[in-house]
Write a protein that binds this ligand. Structure first.
Ligand code: ASP
Length: 337
């Protein structure tokens, strides 16, 4: 046997003996205990972080923490932008998008999923039980049912009423910057949010990072429209050597700039989480200065030291932070305009 082949064989035997062949691919896991932390987008991240913290404080895995965390937002019927209770598309169908990524670079995603209240858990099973990364529409629903998820009606009365109100004018002009003071929120049915996604990043006691992102997407969107949230690299990206990033806002602009991947790659070059997020929003401005003034996009990031930061196009973006010291911290994101 050549010495190279022997080396590879020995390495594989060693890695399997150490617990996982994935460790050979992803590099050694951190051995030093770290201070766990979880961060997530918007004020509704506080409740979600608390559920994630229940996992992290018992030395649980970041992957379990982010799944349990964002499920809280998915189940919150007062939240019209995530999970059950989310605003429907322009034809009245609630279609959900979600993705998840772990410390080994494994990822799973669903898009345009209907009738299933917890798309994040379906995305996790796509990651764990199929050789694929992404399932969409009917196929995603079929897979969810095969995995034991129950169908349910996700269109609750208040969201249906908002949709019917919207149908009166049927203006297909997605309005995404409601946090911007200049925007007239009276035009929104029920004066409510018409977008917002929960993107969550957690680091566990082993220093491993995972992320999750889930949304009902843009309110009253075209049937079949998919934003950035379920797209690995756009709405979410994790590289356990460097850190993780997630986004919220107009998904089209985030997809065009592969935003979350960009933020992580900038952190690899030495940018702080906040500086990386700032550079990513500045790229959006540079490419489309006119559009950028009218829309909202926000990025949130964490690095391997547990440092975190955000940057948004407009004012109004907030994120929630939870660690051993404080479980309900809300921070106002810095912004360009
Ligand atoms: N990024 C989501 C989408 O484009 C919406 C949002 O976060 O506001 O579907």
């Amino acid at each position: 046997m050549s010495s190279r082949r022997q080396f590879i064989k020995q390495s594989i035997v060693g890695a399997v003996a150490a617990g996982s062949i994935q460790e050979l691919v992803a590099g050694p896991r951190n051995t030093k205990p770290k201070t766990p932390i979880v961060i997530s987008t918007w004020d509704f991240g506080v409740a979600a972080n608390k559920a994630a913290w229940e996992v992290l404080k018992k030395d649980g895995r970041a992957l379990d923490a982010v799944e349990q965390g964002v499920k809280v937002a998915e189940a919150d019927l007062s939240n019209p932008t995530v999970g059950k209770g989310g605003y429907p598309d322009r034809d009245g169908h609630v279609t959900l998008d979600a993705c998840i990524m772990d410390e080994f670079g494994n990822c799973g995603s669903v898009a345009g999923l209907e009738q299933i209240a917890h798309p994040i858990s379906v995305a996790r099973l796509v990651m764990e039980k199929t050789p694929h990364v992404m399932l969409v529409g009917e196929g995603a629903l079929q897979f969810a049912i095969e995995q034991g998820f129950q169908r349910e009606n996700l269109l609750i009365p208040s969201s249906e009423a908002a949709w019917k109100e919207w149908l009166k004018e049927k203006k297909y002009k997605p309005i995404m910057n409601i946090e911007n003071k200049s925007f007239n929120t009276d035009r929104l049915p029920g004066n409510q949010y018409n977008h917002d996604t929960i993107g969550m990043l957690a680091m566990d006691v082993n220093g491993n990072i995972s992320g999750a992102c889930t949304t009902s997407g843009m309110a009253f969107k075209m049937r079949g429209r998919v934003g950035d949230s379920p797209i690995i690299g756009a709405g979410l990206y994790v590289d356990n050597e460097i850190g993780g990033a997630t986004s919220t806002g107009v998904g089209e602009e985030v997809i065009r700039t592969v935003g979350s991947f960009l933020v992580v790659e900038l952190m690899r070059q030495g940018y702080s989480p906040e500086a990386a997020c700032k550079e990513a929003v500045e790229r959006i401005v540079k490419k489309k200065p006119e559009i950028a003034k009218e829309i909202q996009v926000g990025f949130l990031a964490i690095n391997k030291k547990g440092e975190y930061g955000s940057y948004a196009l407009q004012s109004g973006f907030t994120y929630a932070v939870c660690n051993a010291e404080k479980q309900d911290l809300i921070i106002k994101g810095k912004h360009i305009f």
